[in-house]
Write a protein that binds this ligand. Sequence first.
Ligand SMILES: Nc1ncnc2c1ncn2[C@@H]1O[C@H](COP(=O)(O)OP(=O)(O)OP(=O)(O)O)[C@@H](O)[C@H]1O
Length: 237
Amino acid sequence: MELAGARVTVPVEADSGPREKVVLDGVDVVLTESRVAVIGANGSGKSTLLRLLNGLVEPSSGTVRIDGLDTSRETRAVRQRVGFVFTDPLSQLVMPTGREDVELSLRRRHPNRGERAAAAQEVLGRFGLQRLADQSVYELSGGERQLMALAAVLAVDPSILVLDEPSTLLDLRNRELLRRTLATLPQQVIFSTHDLELALDAERVLVVEAGRIAFDGDPTEAVRFYRDLCGAGLGPL
Ligand SMILES: Nc1ncnc2c1ncn2[C@@H]1O[C@H](COP(=O)(O)OP(=O)(O)OP(=O)(O)O)[C@@H](O)[C@H]1O
């Protein structure tokens, strides 16, 4: 994937009247590594950067390409390749139960109802979610919902997976499940996180600061850079 001179502005109301706020500016990166983490302070632009990758946000100028496809012009083809998991799983889980949501994801791939049910069962099993699959998604804990949303996206085997703060709601056990799952996925995975240990699992880390890439490279150095940026020193993780 390639971002070339990507800039994102949003309209905001100021005392002096409406104006444009620059959320991301001059992002120039080619991401080929299989695991890329995006870290940075609250409001620095991480989610906006991720949303560019599947056309949820369009660049105001510059281009974003996935496998050569322009995310602004070929949004549909891009979305078929890029699975996106939101921080808040309820913005994603639209069906009453997790099983129905996973089946919804699979409806094109498996038009036959029986095959679809079997495929959904396999996906739910992969994540240890069978016992929660028939409960109302509103009765699941935040972490259980987050895993369910991940399962529903992975059900259709996107070639790229984008995760916005995937471990936020997870307890230690489920965070380790997530880490193990991410370690074995064949897809390219791009994720934002405030969990610096999770960021260290990546091959490449981007540090976003005030809408710009302030550091890009080795995970250990990136985390050190970010800690210095936050004035947090170099204490243990
Ligand atoms: N549609 C929008 N309208 C107005 N402001 C926006 C919009 N989208 C993003 N912003 C602003 O752009 C900035 C970056 O937002 P973004 O969600 O990308 O940050 P983030 O790094 O993911 O933050 P966090 O770590 O808190 O999730 C924030 O100041 C946010 O308020």
